[in-house]
Design a protein around this ligand. Structure first.
Ligand code: 8YV
Length: 328
């Protein structure tokens, strides 16, 4: 006898191929606009759903989870980071949470390198000059940037993405340093040629480039606070492709304005897409609209991961990418 299809609510428009596959497999409610669902619409959708597929723009907090219907049993996040989901409350309510790890590692690490290169070699500025009518031709002292090779890179958070950044940066001739909750095992650390710093303060004070690659959790919120940002060398730059909340954005803006920090490349911001206007006005920053994982291939693979997690759950097994260890 065919089993009843799971009712799946997807909160954002996903690539066509992912949506079609979802529609084949499940009784799915899809979105056909690119605007996020309102909180009320989300609450209503969670009433009758077995599975919710949210993204980073949906704050699935305790109050919203309290309104979920009794059928909601899986939140299959379309994304790796789950800091927008109250996973503790979900767990208490018997709701599983899965994510899409691994498939956005290379793309996000590539974007980290792109930001580093763009800031140090002044690429957007050069492009503006080349596109303007003001460029009068090559000059020996024009557009001088900083050499990548030999620079000391301090990676904050040496998970999958941090390690992928380390491999790339090493190929560019950078010296690799890292701080992590736990030191990597020797067999992982050695091939990366990475030096571990137990003290984040000491690492920050000695680096030419800081790359933020840790998730946003209560213990990483404002890890790069005003005091730590002040430890950075005045010629150092910081890049962030992880979560804006890890850096105190107001403090960073002040220090970039005063020249205490030379530059920044940011793909993520403390208040989502509401970027501090003072930060937007600076010339020593490169700001991107959270596009670190935005590749055609990555978005399809994220969709495949979501599908596998839901399908496995529908078949009565443990979804492979549960984020809370020990669930189920
Ligand atoms: C995704 C991300 O695009 O997966 C993540 O954690 O930060 C992004 O790059 C986004 O989260 C999709 O929900």
């Amino acid at each position: 006898m065919p089993t009843k299809k799971l009712s799946v609510v997807v909160t954002r428009r996903l690539p066509d191929a992912v949506q079609s596959r979802m529609a084949e497999l499940f009784d799915v409610t899809l979105r056909d606009t690119d605007t996020p669902m309102s909180r009320d619409a989300l609450a209503a959708a969670m009433q009758g759903a077995d599975v919710l597929v949210p993204t980073i723009t949906d704050a699935i907090d305790a109050a919203l989870l309290a309104q979920a219907g009794p059928r909601l049993k899986l939140i299959a996040n379309y994304g790796a980071g789950v800091d927008h989901i109250d996973t503790g409350t979900a767990r208490q309510r018997g709701i599983l949470v899965s994510n899409t790890p691994g498939v956005l590692t290379d793309d996000t690490a590539d974007m980290t390198m792109a930001l580093m290169l763009s800031v140090l070699r002044r690429i957007p500025e050069g492009m503006r000059i080349a596109q303007s009518d003001d460029w009068t031709g090559w000059a020996p002292t024009a557009m001088l940037g900083g050499r990548i090779a030999g620079r000391r890179l301090g990676i904050l958070g040496m998970g999958r993405i941090g390690q992928a950044v380390a491999r790339r940066a090493r190929a560019f001739g950078m010296q690799i340093h890292y701080h992590n909750r736990k030191r990597l095992r020797a067999e992982i650390e050695e091939p990366l040629g990475a030096t571990y710093w137990d003290s984040l303060d000491q690492m920050v004070a000695r680096m030419d480039v800081i790359s933020v690659n840790c998730p946003h959790t209560p213990s990483t919120f404002h890890l790069m606070n005003a005091r730590r940002l002040k430890l950075m060398k005045p010629d150092a730059v910081i890049v962030n492709t992880s979560r804006g909340e890890v850096i105190d954005e107001n403090a960073l803006t002040r220090m970039l304005r005063s020249g205490e920090i030379a530059g920044a490349g940011l793909d993520v911001f403390e208040r989502g897409h509401e970027i501090n206007p003072r930060l937007k006005a600076l010339s020593n920053v490169i700001l991107l609209p959270h596009m670190g994982s935005a590749t055609v291939e990555g978005r399809l693979e994220m969709g495949e991961k979501v599908l596998i997690n839901i399908k496995t759950f529908a078949d009565g097994h443990r979804p492979p990418d549960l984020v809370v260890p020990g669930q189920l």
